[in-house]
Design a protein around this ligand. Sequence first.
Ligand SMILES: Cc1cc2nc3c(=O)[nH]c(=O)nc-3n(C[C@H](O)[C@H](O)[C@H](O)COP(=O)(O)OP(=O)(O)OC[C@H]3O[C@@H](n4cnc5c(N)ncnc54)[C@H](O)[C@@H]3O)c2cc1C
Length: 187
Amino acid sequence: MITVAGLGVAGSYLLRRLHMEGGFSAEGYDPKPPGYYIPCGYAVNFNLFRDYCRMAGLEPDNYLLSSGRRVVMENSSGLSMEFRNVGLSTIEKNSFERDLVEGLRVHRERAKAGGDEVTVDATGISRSIIGHARDDFRMQTLEYLADSGLSDAFLFHYFPPRASGYLWSFPLAGTSMWARAPQTLFC
Ligand SMILES: Cc1cc2nc3c(=O)[nH]c(=O)nc-3n(C[C@H](O)[C@H](O)[C@H](O)COP(=O)(O)OP(=O)(O)OC[C@H]3O[C@@H](n4cnc5c(N)ncnc54)[C@H](O)[C@@H]3O)c2cc1C
């Protein structure tokens, strides 16, 4: 028996591929209720996403939210670069994760270590089964869903090196999402 602990995008995809390959007995565990929102992972290279959907037997266009035409990178000194967008898109990640495990053996509870032949820790930053690496370095991120964006483009704004990281704004369907990911936290 293979136990997949954690059904985010990594665990859900693995569980589905094991099922599709055949010959494996596998089940997934995740206490998260269906539809529970966990940030984030909406922005993908849609060309690669299409390949992964194909391998999982899913239709990529079902998950496409927005493909803005432009990618803008700017910094706090006023320097700005703009690119034509050739694949960066936002997707409906919750539906994608839901569909990946549709019909598979899923338990809405925490996984326990041991007992099975193989346990895969796909619990993301929790590392619930294998534990945290020594000197593991984690940073906080703030994320907001907004009715209107800072731009109609995929926007990346970089703060000065000794300040606090970067901010991005990505177009979604009816809303925009933006997050500020600090590289350094100041009190
Ligand atoms: C603000 C923010 C924005 C981001 N934006 C993007 C983006 O635009 N594009 C992108 O590609 N990536 C983005 N990322 C990164 C992306 O979200 C992660 O890389 C991705 O979600 C990791 O997937 P995962 O399946 O490994 O883990 P997760 O998605 O974190 O899933 C882990 C799962 O494990 C479950 N779990 C925890 N403990 C247990 C347990 N004991 N037993 C069973 N289940 C357990 C949790 O409930 C969760 O569902 C962003 C991250 C953040 C924080």
